[in-house]
Design a protein. Structure first.
Length: 434
């Protein structure tokens, strides 16, 4: 991922130096377990730990790989250069490359997940704060982009909170599912390595042993992990789209914070564009782009092939780095979002009471008018508001068929905004708890 959309903490997880350090730890812990089982001399296992503080030379490993055409062998050769070939001769005993590669990938995904969970906590905190801040700030709800009925800005934030809270739970589950390791040797039979070695290595690295791993860890785990990232990305876009709509000039119910010195357009000095949320929409597409390849990686030939390898070398860093950046950008947008309650009221009243049509419809049916006739009476007055700019309540009061069923006081009462917000506290209790 390009530096423009990357944060250092997440990028560091995917740096070659980090990867080689994990490879080393896997090999060293495996040697400890092998020594404890009497498979290799204890002195050789202890010698491996002499490289504990070594900064592995990435360029040197690349140089060796240029000859060997095998990255794990290149690393093991470089490790032997540090601890001596005699002491290194028992390193990787009974193991296969996938034991190192797959276990490392899962460690990296777990670490990435821990960062993403912190990111989501920041987003959730921002959404909750703004939800309570605008719990009773009335705005028009829209369906199909058209005025529907009143809601509140707080409920808008609350629904995004609930969605992200579900996503956080999904991510916790995805972390648990991906936190497995495999040190099972060629085709996963443990023929040349004791299962207790796998148990020891996994315990040392915070993983659980993969129950059955062929020569690779099953990729349905990874498919679910990346699918979860894709869902989170879609939720980010869901929130971003709402903000972009609210910032449209004709709406202007909220807008991204526009800092001193910021420029909106190279050509039009008046512009204040929703660039951050537009960016989030694009970043969400990049994360979701990784989901299908992860799904396609599930089907591998027999006990092992490497068709998944090149895919994961790309989507592992790309999806996690991009999502990390996007979550932090979204949190910042929400924390600094400028909200205009007066514009919300102005927009709601643009069609002069029209949004109360359902209340009138229901009142007429309760007064004994058939639903078909009630709908006809309300719609014909509503159309005058759409087409002539009339006042809905005034038209209803002047319609003899309506006033034959409802008194002026009953009609007046149907235009009370408080009717639409009476259960906001109930919804908040469901979302945020008592």
């Amino acid at each position: 991922m390009i530096p423009r959309y990357a944060r250092k903490e997440m990028v560091d997880i995917w740096e070659p130096a980090t990867k080689f350090k994990i490879w080393y730890e896997i090999e060293a812990h495996a040697c400890d377990a092998q020594a404890a089982l009497g498979v290799i001399p204890k002195a050789n296992a202890e010698a491996v730990w002499r490289a504990k503080d070594v900064e592995f030379d990435v360029a040197r490993i690349d140089e060796i790989e240029a000859v060997t055409k095998h990255d794990v062998i290149a690393f093991l050769t470089h490790l032997a250069e540090h601890i001596g070939s005699d002491d290194a001769r028992f390193v990787h005993q009974g193991m296969t490359s996938s034991d190192v590669l797959d276990t490392t990938l899962n460690i990296q995904l777990v670490r990435a997940c821990d960062i993403l969970l912190k990111d989501m906590d920041r987003v959730l905190a921002a959404l909750k704060k703004r939800a309570y801040e605008h719990k009773d700030t009335v705005r028009i709800g829209r369906s199909h982009g058209i005025h529907a009925e009143p809601t509140t800005m707080g409920l808008t934030f609350a629904r995004f909170y609930a969605e992200m809270d579900r996503n956080r739970a999904r991510l916790v589950n995805a972390r648990a599912e991906i936190a497995t390791g495999a040190i099972s040797g060629a085709v996963g039979t443990f023929a040349n390595i004791d299962p207790r070695v796998e148990e020891h290595v996994c315990a040392q690295l915070g993983l659980i042993p993969e129950p059955i791993s062929t020569q690779v860890i099953p990729r349905d785990r990874h498919a679910m992990f990346f699918a979860t990232l894709g869902v989170i990305a879609s939720s980010i876009e869901n929130c971003a789209i709402e903000i972009r709509h609210m910032q449209r000039t004709e709406v202007l119910e909220a807008e991204e914070f526009f800092s001193t010195g910021q420029k909106g357009s190279s050509a039009m000095p008046h512009k204040r564009n929703p660039v951050l949320t537009e960016n989030l929409t694009g970043l969400a597409r990049l994360v979701r782009m990784c989901v299908v390849p992860a799904m396609e990686n599930v089907a591998l030939w027999h006990e092992r092939d490497i068709s998944h390898s090149s895919v994961e070398r790309g989507i592992g860093p790309d999806a996690t780095i991009t999502l990390d950046f996007a979550l932090n950008r979204l949190a910042g947008v929400i924390e600094n979002l400028v909200i205009y309650p007066e514009n919300m009221l102005k927009n709601m009243n643009k069609f002069k009471g029209l949004v109360m049509s359902q209340r009138v419809l229901l009142a007429l049916t309760q007064a004994g008018v058939s639903r078909e006739d009630s709908y006809r009476l309300v719609q014909r007055n509503a159309m005058k508001v759409w087409e002539q700019g009339a006042d809905f309540k005034t038209e209803l009061l002047a319609d003899p068929e309506v006033t034959a069923a409802l008194s002026p006081a009953e009609i007046e009462e149907k235009f009370d905004l408080g009717y639409h917000t009476k259960h906001v506290d109930t919804i908040f209790a469901r979302v945020f708890g008592a």
